[in-house]
Design a protein. Structure first.
Length: 398
């Protein structure tokens, strides 16, 4: 997807919101139709049957007939794909959509003349029932666009994303392999020794966010003041998300250009960030600590980095079993949990080798991807460490 910032007029924004409302209404109808399905019962209507029912509904309701049939049909199509993903075990069951959350719609059967460039930084896209809507031409639009999606985030910003298969970045051809260890304090540690951190809000922005959240708790539900506070909070969080996405794009591009093979841990991020609050009968433990850890994992952009790497370097990303990668000494291959002195320091209890804990794990990931399997306890070393002599004397003070 190539995403651009839409710049609709107030009248066009009202029409786009109406499209979003129709798409949300049709989606929720599909959710209701399938809400009562149970194994052994007749399944809910499929996409073709839902389109036939939509034709009947449009004939009977003028407000629905006044909208775009493409928008409404594609909402059914999106639901069918979401349901297929659920039964495939890759996504959660599609649920209800609320106004103000995940607003958007999809347009298909786009013709060549439906997207045009007006000037160096301004383009236009034709939206059914709305007309020509301007967007910021920040980079070249992919050739042969067949569909696009219009979205509105919680901060009130509109975007248009054109569906296109991204071009892969060619491998440098040097045969170099890099290991990437993802963490909370360090978003991505490379086997080269580089420590990368996803950007977040600065201290002043965090203070302002705290004040806004306290103001939100005091604001009366449904009041205009509460709406203004929620919009301000959404704008701050959108700024953080934009920075994280920009970091993920630049980091993935840099890795794809520098290395032939990128090795990462095969992490189940969805399972790792699952809530620990439990149920009323079996409440969870350390819920607040687990919630903080979940926020740290999500703020690190773990999934985004690997996803963009797979898009830009297809076939060159290796997913490695993360077992023992953080407990194994990269010098002598001795496995011991006691070797990890702290979050940042790895000190081997067998040979005295020390290094940054995340970098040590990244080098184990690299060696595994390069064909050197991590040895068991006491296995032969792959090579002499760079700072083998007097390891204890080289430990940093403090």
């Amino acid at each position: 997807m190539s995403r651009y910032r839409l710049q609709p007029t107030p009248a066009q924004e009202a029409a786009l919101l109406e499209h979003c409302g129709h798409a949300r209404y049709v989606w929720n109808l599909a959710v209701e139709q399938h809400a009562h399905w149970r194994p052994g019962l007749r399944s809910g209507p499929g996409f073709a049957e839902q389109c036939r029912q939509l034709t009947e509904a449009r004939a009977g309701f003028g407000w629905l007939r006044g909208g775009s049939v493409i928008v409404q049909q594609q909402a059914f199509k999106d639901f069918a794909q979401a349901l297929a993903n659920f039964f495939a075990g890759t996504h959660r069951r599609p649920g209800w959509r609320r106004r103000g959350r995940g607003e958007g719609f999809r347009i298909v059967a786009v013709r060549a003349g439906d997207v045009r460039r007006l000037s160096r930084n301004v383009g236009e896209v034709r939206v059914p029932k709305v007309g020509w809507v301007r967007f910021r031409w920040s980079r070249a639009v992919p050739v042969g666009v067949r569909s696009y999606r219009v979205t509105r985030d919680a901060a009130g910003r509109w975007h248009v994303a054109f569906a296109a298969i991204p071009e892969a970045i060619p491998a440098p051809g040097k045969g170099e392999v890099v290991g990437v260890d993802r963490g909370v304090s360090v978003s991505a540690a490379l086997s080269t020794g580089e420590l990368l951190k996803a950007p977040a809000l600065c201290d002043g922005e965090k203070s302002r966010l705290g004040r806004l959240l306290r103001g939100l708790a005091r604001a009366e539900r449904g009041s205009k003041r509460r709406g203004r506070v929620k919009t301000a909070i959404a704008k701050l969080k959108a700024r953080e998300v934009d920075r994280r996405k920009d970091w993920g794009e630049k980091t993935s591009t840099d890795l794809a250009r520098r290395f032939d093979v990128i090795a990462v841990e095969d992490l189940k991020i969805g399972n790792m960030t699952r809530s620990a609050k439990g149920t009323v009968e079996a409440p969870g433990r350390n819920v607040r600590q687990k919630a903080g850890l979940n926020r740290g994992i999500l703020a690190g952009g773990w999934g985004l980095l690997v996803e963009r790497l797979e898009h830009k370097a297809p076939g060159r990303v290796r997913k490695i079993n993360p077992r023992f990668t953080s407990r194994t000494c990269n010098a002598c291959k001795h496995v011991a949990g006691e070797s990890r002195e702290s979050q940042a320091l790895f000190l081997c209890v067998a040979c005295g080798w020390w290094d940054n804990a995340d970098v040590n794990a990244a080098r184990n990931i690299r060696d595994t991807a390069a064909g050197h399997a991590v040895a068991a306890r006491g296995g032969p070393p792959l090579g002499e460490p760079e700072n083998r002599e007097s390891q204890h004397d080289l430990l940093p003070v403090g």
